[in-house]
Design a binder for this molecule. Structure first.
Ligand SMILES: [Zn+2]
Length: 134
C-alpha cells in the first residue's frame, strides 16, 4: 500500500535544494496562486537542470556521452554539435530512467521550442513515480 504525497510541492523541494534558484524563479514570496501553471527548465547547480511543471519537479543530470556524433535536441529539435548540447539522465521512478538530449543554452532552446514543446517534454517525464527509501 503506497500513499502518494501530493501536499509536498516541487516548489518546496526546489526551495530546499536550490534556495538561490528558487528566489530567482519565484521571488521571496513565492506564492503565485491562481497564476498560470509554472512550466520551464531552470539551470540549478553543477550543470543540472530542473524541469518544473506546476507542483512537479524533475532533475536532469548531465552525462558525458562517449560518441562524437551530432546530438538531436529533444526539446527544440535542432541538430546540435557536442559543444552545444548534452545528454541528461532523468530518474522518473525507482527503476525507471529517461535520457533526454537538450541544448546547453536552455533559454534560447526553450524559446525555439515554445510552450508546446515544453509541454510535450513534460508529458514524457511526468508524473514521476514516487521513490520509496528502504
Ligand atoms: Zn534545444
Amino acid at each position: 500500500m503506497s500513499e502518494r504525497r501530493t501536499d509536498h510541492s516541487a516548489r518546496d523541494v526546489l526551495r530546499e535544494l536550490f534556495p538561490e534558484s528558487y528566489r530567482e524563479l519565484f521571488g521571496e514570496g513565492g506564492g503565485a496562486e491562481g497564476g498560470p501553471l509554472t512550466l520551464g527548465l531552470y539551470p540549478v547547480a553543477d550543470g543540472r537542470l530542473a524541469l518544473v511543471h506546476g507542483d512537479q519537479l524533475a532533475e536532469f543530470t548531465p552525462l558525458d556521452p562517449k560518441s562524437n556524433k551530432a546530438l538531436h535536441c529533444d526539446l527544440c529539435h535542432y541538430t546540435r554539435s557536442r559543444s552545444e548540447a548534452t545528454l541528461f539522465r532523468v530518474v522518473v521512478g525507482a527503476r525507471r530512467t529517461r535520457y533526454v538530449t537538450l541544448c546547453l543554452g536552455t533559454e534560447a532552446c526553450q524559446k525555439r521550442a515554445g510552450r508546446r514543446g515544453l509541454e510535450t517534454l513534460a508529458d514524457r517525464i511526468f508524473p514521476l513515480e514516487p521513490v520509496h527509501a528502504d
